[in-house]
Design a protein. Structure first.
Length: 161
C-alpha cells in the first residue's frame, strides 16, 4: 500500500527567485527599524503580550489626560509614545510574518515526512535484499546504513588476544 501524499509542491525557479527577492527586500526595508537581541538580553527584559499592550495603552491615555502623574525624572513621555507606536506598528507585521513562517515550517515538515518515509521503505527493502545475498543490494545497503550507526559489537579484549 502506498503512502498518501498530502503535499506535492514544485516551486518554479522564477517563483523561487521572486520569493527570495521579496524576502531580501523585506529584510533590507525593515533593517533600520528592527534590533536583534541576544538570548541573555531577551531574558533580562519585560515582554509585551496582548494583556500588557492593553495596560500600556491605558497608561498612554492617562499620560495625556492626567500628565501631572508622569514621573518626569524617570520617564520620557515622548520616547514612551514613540516606543508604544512602534509596538502597535510592528505587532501586526510580526503576526503576518509568523503565519507565513508557520505555514512554511509545516510545509517543510510535511514534505520532509513524505520524502523520508519512502526513503526508509527503500532502505528496508535494500536491507532485506542484502540479507538475502543480492550482491548489488549489499553495496547500496552498506552505504545507506551509515545513517543508522546503532551500537557496534564490543570486542572482548580477553577473547581477541
Amino acid at each position: 500500500m502506498s503512502q498518501k501524499n498530502e503535499i506535492a509542491i514544485n516551486i518554479p525557479a522564477e517563483v523561487l527567485a521572486t520569493i527570495n527577492s521579496l524576502v531580501s527586500q523585506l529584510k533590507l526595508t525593515l533593517a533600520p527599524y528592527i534590533h536583534a537581541l541576544t538570548n541573555e538580553e531577551i531574558a533580562g527584559i519585560a515582554k509585551m503580550g496582548d494583556k500588557t499592550l492593553a495596560f500600556v495603552e491605558k497608561v498612554k491615555d492617562y499620560t495625556v489626560s492626567n500628565p501631572e502623574f508622569v514621573p518626569t525624572d524617570l520617564m520620557n513621555v515622548n520616547d514612551f509614545y514613540i516606543d508604544f507606536e512602534a509596538v502597535k506598528t510592528l505587532m501586526p507585521v510580526l503576526k503576518s510574518v509568523e503565519q507565513i513562517k508557520d505555514d512554511l515550517k509545516d510545509s517543510l515538515i510535511l514534505s520532509g515526512n513524505e520524502a523520508y518515509l519512502p526513503a526508509l521503505m527503500y532502505y528496508r527493502n535494500v536491507k532485506s535484499r542484502a540479507d538475502a545475498g543480492v550482491p548489488s543490494a549489499k553495496t547500496i545497503y552498506d552505504d545507506l546504513k551509515k545513517r543508522f550507526p546503532g551500537k557496534t559489537k564490543a570486542v572482548n579484549p580477553s577473547v581477541a588476544s
